[in-house]
Design a protein around this ligand. Structure first.
Ligand code: HEC
Length: 115
């Protein structure tokens, strides 16, 4: 029965393709710049800085991101991020960020500012 086998395989492939498509649509939907920025910041910055609206960071002296606007100019921060940050940033890993990543992190930091 080669014919049935083939159509079974086709059906399985179609189902697989549908799952992949649905999955990536769902991913695209919840990936706003702010959310991408939160993920990136959690990976790159979160082991020193607090990313939350409460609580302190884990690295002594690392300012909580929610208070950054009081310390630095967030306009232009994207460019400084891309240039590798930041005068006087001890222990800071030098990471190359794409323009989109720098924009996302900046958007995330803006989104959590509290006075
Ligand atoms: C290994 C720990 C560590 C990591 C990782 C880290 N930082 Fe920092 N960061 C610090 C410390 C410590 C300070 C305080 C530096 C000081 O005042 O000398 C700081 C300060 C800052 C400041 C304030 C600088 C200023 O001019 O006042 C900004 C903005 C900043 N970090 C952004 C980031 C971002 C964005 C990331 C991730 C891409 C990051 N940091 C990752 C430790 C870290």
């Amino acid at each position: 029965m080669p014919k049935t086998d083939r159509s079974k395989r086709t059906a399985a492939l179609a189902a697989f393709a549908a799952i992949v498509l649905l999955g990536s649509a769902a991913l695209a939907l919840d990936r706003t710049p702010v959310e991408r920025g939160r993920t990136l910041a959690a990976q790159l910055c979160g082991h020193c800085h607090s990313l939350d609206v409460t609580g302190a960071g884990t690295h002594p002296g690392a300012p909580s991101f929610r208070h950054l606007a009081a310390r630095i100019e967030l306009d232009g921060f994207q460019e400084r991020l891309r240039e590798g940050l930041i005068a006087g940033h001890r222990d800071m890993p030098q990471t190359k960020l794409t323009r989109d990543e720098a924009r996302a992190i900046t958007a995330f930091i803006r989104s959590i500012q509290t006075p």
